[in-house]
Design a protein around this ligand. Structure first.
Ligand SMILES: [Zn+2]
Length: 451
């Protein structure tokens, strides 16, 4: 089954409340079902009251599961404080989630603490899983990830650079996923998320352009659905967009609501989160910061334009400045990094120049977007110790004082896995928005029996 428009970020732009991946993990305090018996409530037909009560129940279940997913295991008291629900409501809802085998409660070992330890609520391992896939320039990766973001198993293999057909990449991805225990856990898998180094149309997982593979208009989501043999939705998105989501939830940008991610490899991509919500644009193509025109007298870019930002800060630019072949790939980049670490003047100069151009582009973005955090990923995270001073200097010189004073620039905390982690978050989102739909009738019966 291929359901490209079921949930996922595509819906986020039109219906944020259902899937906003609350960066604080706290759903707004919601009315308790008992509120509906209040005299000040308008008189509603019995059916409407039942529907509203069911809507509230589902929203409260979602608030608890999301809270545990984002912040990790917690006591009931912590959940009361964070969700705004009453102790009684938390007890009933957790009872339902435990009966549905989605959560477990266990005693928290507190060394030296007097009294009975309070039970800690946590997602049951492997009860709900997603398959996350990453198609990067130099590697392919796959992971089975559960609620809470912990990978059950993860695998990454190097791949040679060059143009490959969709048949070849899809066959490699199928082989890779077969090395994970997908078959054993297939009934727990609720979705597949794919992070793609390329321009992706969110609605149907169409890869409009992936220059490093030589792809144009490749229906990757559809092709994967045909070989993975999993009857769950598949969501495909751009790697930098997903890396931004991952860093916000689990990496170096935790707690920030306004985030710009700049991901550098051969090309340079961007991911933008404003007020806690990903900005995807009309079709999912937003954030292509690598193709900002910064140097009209510069070099021709792979996109056909002249002087795009990535021609000044991408891998090719770094290698050229360091006196190495600009198509040398990751081995040459590693050599430049090693030279810089050893104090080699040419390598350090190359990084300084990349840092300067990075600062020029970032100053524009800071002035336009006023982000709280800029996360530099991929090549820029590795190069951070060698570029940060030139970058800071350029930002100080060019960006407006107000937004410049508010922004923090940091390397990605999740490394090369950031897009993979983001792919898992994307695939989990429909489940997090309505875990009651997954719990099904069994948990409702259990709740009714316990009431
Ligand atoms: Zn370009």
């Amino acid at each position: 089954m291929y359901e490209p428009t079921t949930g996922g970020l595509e819906d986020r732009s039109t219906n944020p409340p259902s899937i906003s991946f609350a960066t604080h993990g706290v759903a707004p305090a919601r009315p308790e079902p008992t509120t509906f018996s209040c005299r000040c409530d308008p008189v509603l037909p019995a059916d409407s009251i039942g529907q509203r009560s069911e809507t509230v129940r589902r929203a409260n279940l979602a608030a608890i599961v999301r809270e545990l997913h984002v912040r990790g295991p917690q006591s009931r008291s912590e959940l009361v404080a964070r969700t705004g629900l009453t102790r009684t409501a938390i007890r009933a809802l957790i009872g339902e989630l435990v009966a549905g085998e989605l959560l477990v409660e266990e005693r928290r070992p507190l060394a030296g603490a007097p009294g009975r330890p309070s039970p800690l609520v946590r997602p049951k391992p492997a009860a709900v899983l997603v398959l996350a896939i990453q198609v990067a320039v130099d590697s392919l990766a796959a992971a089975l990830v559960g609620v809470g973001g912990t990978p059950l198993e993860r695998i990454r293999i190097s791949r040679p650079r060059g143009h490959f057909s969709v048949d070849e990449i899809v066959a490699d991805l199928r082989d890779l996923t077969e090395r994970l225990p997908v078959r054993r856990h297939r009934h727990a898998i609720v979705g597949v998320g794919v992070a793609m180094a390329g321009l992706v149309r969110r609605a149907d997982g169409m890869v409009s352009r992936a220059p490093n593979l030589g792809w144009q208009d490749v229906p990757l989501g559809e092709r994967l659905a045909a070989v993975l043999d999993l009857e769950v939705p598949i969501f495909v998105a751009n790697e930098a967009d997903l890396a931004a989501m991952a860093e916000l939830r689990r990496g170096a940008a935790r707690g920030a609501d306004d985030l710009l991610m700049v991901w550098g490899e051969v090309g340079v991509g961007g991911g933008l989160i404003v007020d806690g919500k990903p900005v995807t644009g009309a079709a999912g193509y937003a954030g292509e910061v690598g193709h900002m025109s910064v140097n009209p007298a510069g070099r021709r870019c792979g996109c056909g334009s002249i002087g795009c930002w990535e021609t000044e800060i991408g891998e090719g630019a770094l290698l050229r400045l360091a006196g190495r072949p600009d198509d040398g790939g990751s081995d040459e980049v590693d050599a430049v990094l090693a030279d810089a670490a050893a104090g080699n003047a040419r390598a350090l100069g190359a990084f300084r120049e990349v840092g300067r151009w990075l600062g020029i582009g970032l100053a524009n973005l800071v002035n336009i977007l006023n982000p709280r955090v800029i996360i530099l990923g991929g090549l820029f995270a590795q190069a951070f110790p060698f570029i940060d001073r030139a970058l800071d200097r350029e930002l100080d010189r060019t960006a407006l004082r107000g937004p410049r004073g508010l922004v923090r620039v940091a390397p990605a905390g999740l490394g090369i896995d950031a897009p993979l982690v983001g792919a898992a978050e994307l695939a989990l989102e429909p489940f997090l928005a309505d875990p009651a739909g997954w719990l099904g009738p069994r948990a409702q019966l259990a709740a009714a029996a316990g009431a």
